[in-house]
Design a protein around this ligand. Structure first.
Ligand code: AMP
Ligand code: GLY
Length: 426
């Protein structure tokens, strides 16, 4: 079978890398993909944009593609799954209606209220003055979220009221997130450690993947501006067995059942971003797709062929599947362009990927990278995801950073504390 992966980041490289390991798969196509995908033995990239649904459909038809896996949220929210499945194509991902769980924070919050899924208390506002009046009532600390998709940048955790009010005005009056900020959600600040739980869903059944933890802020010790994610590890010890049971029972099960009941059966990956509070796990966001960079830390541990899982989700047969993992933890460190998430330079030559992978049990997933005449250059904010596995977490962390040290590009920036929260748990 030929498989198409839509998207161009490190998550998509990890997906294509895992898909290529399936004996069922002949070729893995990336649209538009990246050099990491193109350089896989079974990999081919095509310059079709992720949101050009007509071109995607024509390509799927022409290349006899039997399964399409959608990476990023934008094409999902725009209805890529609706468009392609209407033509009889097998596509892994939620419909636009189901993807509202990510694309509209107010939809997700109201849905959680309807189905008593634990989450932070909140209000939804279309008017800046009303939002500010609510802020004055609830006080700080408080969290302000743009309602729509804002590339992971639409959230402000405000320590005081002036900062909170500024965030409301920036979103609603200055439109710094475009239309995505015309409506805001104002939320109680939760306290606890974060974790990500991703689950395969086929519309009625769900199957969680191994737990993981992202590192959102740009600098060590969770300082600096929020990013798309600076590193991840799996498993996340904060998700103990009882916590995982709570997540399945109180969050995933009612979510999947609720979406089906409301006529939007959820197929694809359901990603629950959680804070494990003293009162148990609570949802801070749902995403409608694989996490980036969580996926890069989860998939290397998965020993099961992923392709039958995708097919089972598309066909409503997930119940018959199981997923197995290596006991070895996995750590991925994001090497970013200096300045990210602000302005950064592009076009820096990248060296040392082969030397890093020569360490063994290391794979370097490529994100913001372009290739010219066989050489690799930086082409985005998050450039590489340097990923390592080892028998225990300290060894996996050490190996990941040893691999990072073998790679060079001008201005490279990375956090030096990926995985430390798990180490502190002992
Ligand atoms: P999000 O884009 O929704 O993942 O939010 C970005 C970051 O803001 C999260 O990773 C959390 O660290 C933080 N955050 C979001 N919502 C809350 C909340 N209700 N309480 C505390 N922190 C939050
Ligand atoms: N790592 C966070 C996300 O994928 O949204």
């Amino acid at each position: 079978m030929n498989v198409l992966v839509i998207g161009s980041g490190g998550r998509e490289h990890a997906l294509a890398w895992k898909i290529a390991q399936s004996p069922l798969v002949e070729k893995v196509y990336g649209a538009p993909g990246n050099p990491g995908i193109d350089n896989l033995e079974k990999g081919i990239c095509v310059s079709v944009a992720a949101d050009d649904f007509d071109m995607l459909a024509a390509y799927i038809d022409a290349q006899n593609i039997g399964l399409t896996v959608v990476g990023p949220e934008d094409p999902l929210a725009k209805g890529v799954v609706d468009a392609l499945s209407a033509q009889g194509m097998r596509v892994f991902g939620p419909t636009a209606a189901a993807a509202q769980l990510e694309a509209s924070k107010s939809f997700a919050k109201d849905f959680m209220t309807r189905h008593t899924i634990p989450t932070a208390d909140y209000g939804v506002f279309d008017d800046a003055d009303e939002a500010v009046a609510y802020l004055r009532k609830v006080g700080a600390p408080v969290v302000i979220k743009a309602d729509g998709l804002a590339a992971g940048k639409g959230v402000t955790v405000a320590g005081d009221l002036p900062q909170a009010e500024a965030a409301v005005r920036a979103a609603m009056e200055n439109h710094v997130f475009g239309d995505a900020g015309n409506r805001v959600v104002i939320e109680e600040r939760l306290v606890g450690e974060e974790a990500s739980i991703l689950a395969f869903c086929d519309g009625t059944t769900f199957m969680p993947l191994a737990s993981s933890q992202d590192h959102k802020p740009a600098y060590d010790n969770d300082k600096g501006p929020n990013t798309g994610g600076m590193g991840a590890y799996s498993p996340a010890p904060v998700v103990t067995k009882p916590v995982m049971e709570q997540i399945s029972r109180d969050i995933l099960a009612p979510c999947v059942a609720g979406m089906a009941k409301e006529g939007m059966p959820y197929k694809g990956i359901l990603y629950a971003g959680l804070i494990v509070t003293d009162d148990g796990p609570k949802v801070i966001e749902f995403n409608a797709r694989f996490g980036d960079p969580e996926t890069q830390a989860i998939l290397p541990r998965m020993t099961t062929d992923i392709v039958p899982l995708f097919l089972a989700c598309c066909d409503g047969k997930l119940e018959q599947q199981k997923i197995e993992y290596s006991d070895w933890p996995c750590v991925t460190v994001v090497m970013a362009s200096g300045g990210y998430p602000g302005a950064y330079k592009k076009g820096m030559p990248i060296e040392g990927i082969d030397a890093a992978e020569a360490l063994g049990d290391v794979v370097v997933f490529q994100a913001g990278v372009k290739q010219e005449r066989g050489d690799l250059y930086t082409a985005g904010g998050r450039v590489l995801n340097v990923t390592a596995m080892a028998p225990d977490l300290p060894a996996a962390i050490e190996k990941a950073y040893e691999a990072v040290k073998r790679i060079h590009f001008d201005g490279a920036h990375y956090r030096t504390d990926i995985g430390e929260k798990a180490l502190r748990r002992g």
